[in-house]
Design a protein around this ligand. Structure first.
Ligand SMILES: Cc1cc2nc3c(=O)[nH]c(=O)nc-3n(C[C@H](O)[C@H](O)[C@H](O)COP(=O)(O)O)c2cc1C
Length: 194
């Protein structure tokens, strides 16, 4: 028998639960919601990677991530703003697929505030002299800039507006699949055939 709750016997409560789990994922490093996989499209191929969920705003249905401005994901998003995020939380046998649109925020008051709040260890992720993803002949070529204005420019906030959440929960009796759709004019919730 499953020893966890079926989140979606009530669609309203199920939706609240998903946003609760997303919010908890920001602070709980053990949660699978802390490290979703986000996928972007470069016009030709899909690229997927793990990323840390930094902030959630359930009111505006926004998720926030940090990345290097020079990274492939940021370049992809600038080219095509369609983004998906995916995670599977085995504690609840729960798959969550988030669909939406992202934009890149760089060199703003907000990114400056976040940048100033980062510790040196976190900042190092944005300090490499050579762009992330570039091939190097040896690890000796791996050099880091000091924390300066150029380093700050490498820091980007990914603002991800969720337009749809699809969830599948595996249960002993029957699996449950649901969808939450967010548009400008209304929010809708559905059960789906799993
Ligand atoms: C646990 C974990 C957390 C990660 N968090 C981030 C992150 O918050 N931001 C980020 O840009 N990359 C993060 N990465 C690295 C990305 O998965 C990826 O390797 C890197 O950003 C290059 O991706 P890209 O070339 O597709 O842009 C993380 C990787 C792991 C394994």
């Amino acid at each position: 028998m499953s020893n966890f709750t079926n989140f979606f016997s009530d669609l309203d409560k199920g939706e609240l639960k998903i946003w609760d789990l997303l919010a908890q994922g920001v602070v709980n490093k053990k949660s699978k919601f802390h490290t979703p996989t986000i996928s972007t499209f470069n016009g030709n191929a899909i690229n997927s990677r793990t990323i840390i969920l930094r902030k959630v705003d359930r009111k505006t249905k926004m998720l926030f991530f940090y990345s290097d401005t020079r990274s492939r994901k940021v370049l992809n998003i600038k080219q095509n703003n369609n983004v998906t995020a995916h995670l599977y939380e085995p504690r609840f046998k729960l798959q969550v697929q988030l669909y939406g649109y992202a934009n890149i925020e760089n060199k703003t008051e907000k990114t400056k505030g976040i940048w100033n709040s980062l510790n040196n260890f976190s900042k190092k992720n944005y300090l490499s002299t050579i762009s992330p993803g570039e091939k190097i002949n040896s690890l000796a070529n791996l050099n880091y800039n000091a924390d300066n204005e150029e380093a700050f420019y490498n820091f980007s906030l990914i603002n991800f507006k969720v337009s749809k959440i699809e969830c599948l929960q595996l249960l002993n009796i029957n699996n449950i699949r649901v969808e939450f759709v967010y548009t400008e004019s209304s929010d809708k919730k559905y059960y789906m055939v799993p």
